[in-house]
Design a protein around this ligand. Structure first.
Ligand code: ADP
Ligand code: ZN
Ligand code: ZN
Length: 794
């Protein structure tokens, strides 16, 4: 069958065209190119052209379709009745299949290469003005700073499944809000506890039912208090929307009155000029989220949209709940937990007239917002804001800065433990960012005390257990006190890995240079699994190197800790929180809900545990083996470890009762542990920045990783060496250093060998590298390349 659609050429032309090259392009094509709005180029913007063409109806369209690795541009005939223009998404047929594609160019003449051929028409317009010129400019800047093509960047930015063959219809998910109110039942004869009396009195004063969340977190009432009243029929709980304000959200009169520090922050944001950037520094529980919400309310009132970003999908639910409670149906979500169709629906909502509040993860930074008033990055220090693969390897914080400057939106970076970069941006007379502080926790709740358990002493005194006596003691008391604990285990799996006590070898994945971890099913069956490539193997009973049977697991995973806790503390109810137990769309939320509702006393989990959860009954946060975190061979390991431990500490004592942190370690004198105990994070930042300045490390210099992967170690190494020689001259001339090639820290993943080149140069300088396309040209077939500017781990 003659498709009628002919591949024009490789997608690169668009990129080349946007750089102002026109070689090989037929006459007339330059005029309407989806082009860069550069200052030295007086050509009208693509939008102006789009407008021009809208009246003239160009007969031919160049449409980007997802085909092949980079996507390709194909020529279609425009529709006379409902003509499409640049920036529209349209439905077309490609090789018999339906596709959705983006119109990138309008032509008044058919390219010579296609003359005489049948050109298929576009079938329908899928979304008008899916992108606008401002947005296009942002994508171009990101592509440039990430040193990659517009196509890759566009593909990363648009919702998945939108461009391409699939295209689901929109789907909606919404979760009811629990509302609580005083029932008509009279007071019982048995006395109520003081807390129950307070809660009842509080509810009696309300004109309308109160959201459960507000009672339990802002009000500080535990669920047990509420349940006690519910059991006696004194209060009733039902799901629903708030009366009279359901889809509109909570009326302003019902918002909490701001503390002085919060009010000052909201005021500073309101009074700031377009594009201003702020670092909102407040310990966990200081009320940062309330500041975001009230700043968002002001933006909405001014007819502007807001982006509220959180680093982890696991943190979406609670931010979403709070935003929905406040703004009702004007809140939409955008993250990888949503079906493709739902992400498309969010994209569309963002294009509508009525401003929305988006709650999302890093990719939401690319949502189109014709009028953007506020961008918030909560937990701005979190490394999940950086995309490692696929390209573009962008950092959402950098994109947010760029976007705020371009759109005039205010930018708020919030954290209890700011990144060194953001803290430095607030220093000095030329500071680009203004520091706003929330010094105290709401309700003057004290920060938890930190207790360091020296595991060397435990060992010396004959206690070889995973859990110190101090920790066991605290856990034993949880139930009778009606409290909860979170326990951080910096690994997942049943046991971390298998190692031989005779020869010291660990069992490695045959495809990757990492140890296999031991997993265990409910039925007690055990197997080995690679976390990088998902290779699975059976558990042997002998060492493959020396044949010894003294073959024991080393380290402890969440599952092993669960078992130890279960066997040593009978009756203690446990829940496991890691990637294995929180799969699926709502995995995090379901598990956290179960824990918040008191289904367990202890939540045992990996790093995810430390991030931003608000669990009022948690009074104890424990770290089992801090050493694994302290001794990672990475220049940011101190900063990241202290951030993690302080975040974990922030989980404890958010409710009525004060919290405590227990850290088990073999290195109690490590500077990170010292700063954790004295709580002086800013002192740490000052010392750390001094160290890095002296050593010329990031952010006082720049780095870039070129990562190569190929089927064989020797082939990949040769390709890396050849690439190094090709770029060395240009790099050194610009004052940059080239380190490597060297095998990547994990040299084999999923059967592919990985090598890398590290480039090191002065801070603030552009990368002295040829374009991605040119870099790729000299590589042998089968060898892949990723360019990762400013990587977070080397
Ligand atoms: P953070 O985001 O800094 O961790 P939150 O905004 O979540 O802090 O506030 C901590 C708790 O205090 C939340 O339960 C929140 O509802 C409540 N809260 C915040 N601001 C106020 C206020 N001004 N008055 C009363 N409660 C508040
Ligand atoms: Zn051995
Ligand atoms: Zn593997």
């Amino acid at each position: 069958m003659l498709s009628g659609v002919v591949a024009d050429r490789e997608a690169e032309w668009w990129e080349a065209g946007s750089r102002g090259l026109s070689s090989g392009l037929p006459a007339g094509r330059n005029s309407a190119r989806f082009r860069r709005q550069s200052l030295d180029c007086p050509t009208p913007t693509f939008y102006e052209w789009a407008v021009t063409f809208a009246s003239a109806t160009p007969p031919w369209l160049q449409i980007w379709l997802e085909a092949g690795r980079e996507g390709q541009v194909f020529t279609y005939a425009n529709s006379a009745e409902t003509p499409a223009g640049i920036g529209d998404l349209v439905r077309v047929r490609l090789q018999g299949r339906l596709h959705t594609g983006l119109v990138v160019e309008a032509l008044d003449q058919l390219p010579a290469s296609l003359s005489g051929k049948t050109i298929q028409p576009i079938l329908a317009i899928w979304q008008r003005a899916a992108v606008d010129p401002q947005w296009q400019g942002l994508i171009e800047s990101v592509a440039e700073s990430c040193h990659t093509s517009l196509f890759k960047t566009l593909k990363s930015a648009l919702p998945p499944g939108w461009l391409g063959q699939r295209s689901q219809g929109p789907s909606r998910t919404s979760r009811p809000i629990w509302l609580v109110e005083r029932s008509a039942a009279p007071l019982p004869s048995q006395p109520l506890t003081p807390r129950q009396q307070q809660l009842l009195a509080h509810l009696e004063r309300q004109a309308a039912p109160l959201p459960l969340r507000q009672l339990c977190s802002a009000g500080g009432y535990s669920r047990a208090v509420l349940k006690g009243l519910e059991a006696r029929g004194l209060v009733v709980r039902r799901s629903g929307s708030l009366p009279g304000c359901g889809s509109a959200g909570l009326p302003a009169a019902a918002w909490p009155a701001l503390t002085t520090a919060q009010a000052a922050a909201v005021q500073a944001l309101a009074g700031a000029g377009p594009g201003a950037a702020f670092l909102l520094w407040g310990v966990t529980g200081a009320g940062k989220t309330e500041v975001y919400l009230q700043a968002a309310a002001r933006a909405l009132a001014a007819g502007e949209g807001c982006l509220l970003l959180t680093p982890e999908i696991g943190l979406i639910p609670q931010l979403l709940d709070r935003a929905r409670e406040r703004f009702g149906s004007r809140v939409v979500e955008f993250h990888s937990g949503l079906a493709d169709g739902a992400r498309v629906a969010t994209w569309r909502r963002c294009l509508e007239e009525e401003p929305v509040v988006v709650v999302g993860t890093r990719s939401a930074i690319f949502l189109p917002m014709p009028r953007l008033g506020l961008i918030v990055l909560d937990e701005e220090h979190d490394s999940s804001y950086k995309q490692d693969s696929p390209m573009p390897c962008y950092h959402a914080r950098d994109v947010a800065r760029l976007r705020a400057r371009r759109s005039g939106a205010r930018l708020v970076l919030g954290s209890a433990t700011p990144s060194l970069e953001s803290w430095l941006a607030c220093q000095g007379p030329q500071a680009s960012t203004r520091l706003l502080r929330l010094p105290d926790r709401i309700g003057a709740r004290p920060l938890p005390a930190v207790r360091v358990i020296d595991m060397r002493h435990e060992l010396a005194e004959g206690h070889r257990r995973l859990l110190s006596r101090a920790l066991m003691g605290r856990l034993e008391q949880l139930q009778e006190k009606g409290e909860q604990a979170v326990v951080l285990v910096p690994r997942r799996g049943y046991r971390a890995f298998l190692s031989c006590r005779s020869c010291g070898e660990a069992v490695l994945c045959p495809h990757c240079d990492v140890a296999l971890t031991v997993h265990r099913s409910k039925g007690g069956q055990e197997w080995l699994r690679c976390h990088w490539c998902d290779h699975r193997a059976e558990l042997g009973d002998r060492c493959g190197h020396c044949g010894s049977t003294a073959f024991k697991p080393f380290g402890a995973g969440t599952q092993r800790v669960m078992e130890q806790l279960a066997s040593e503390l009978e009756g203690l109810r446990l829940l496991r929180f890691d990637r294995d137990t929180t799969r699926g769309r709502d995995g995090h939320r379901r598990l956290l809900d179960r824990f918040a509702q008191g289904e367990a006393d202890v939540l045992v989990g990996t790093q995810m545990l430390a991030k931003g959860m608000d669990l009022p009954r948690v009074t104890l946060a424990a770290v089992l083996a801090a050493d694994g975190l302290l001794h990672r061979p990475d220049l940011r390991s101190s900063e990241q470890c202290l951030q993690l431990l302080l975040q974990l500490a922030g989980r404890a004592g958010r409710g009525e009762k004060p919290g405590e942190v227990l850290v088990q370690t073999y290195s109690p004198d490590h500077p990170v542990i010292r700063h954790l105990v004295d709580g002086r994070y800013e002192q740490f930042l000052a010392e750390e920045s001094q160290l890095r300045r002296q050593a010329g490390l990031v952010p006082f210099s720049r780095a870039c990783l070129l990562r190569l992967s190929g089927p064989t170690a020797s082939g990949t190494a040769t390709a890396a060496a050849a690439l190094a020689e090709r770029i060395r001259g240009e790099l050194e001339a610009a004052g940059w250093l080239l380190i490597g090639p060297a095998p990547a820290p994990v040299a084999r993943v999923a059967g592919k060998s990985r090598w890398q080149l590290l480039l090191h140069g002065p801070a603030g300088q552009p990368l002295p590298l040829p374009s991605e396309a040119v870099l790729r040209q000299g590589l042998p077939a089968g060898v892949g390349l990723a360019i990762d500017p400013d990587p977070l781990t080397l």
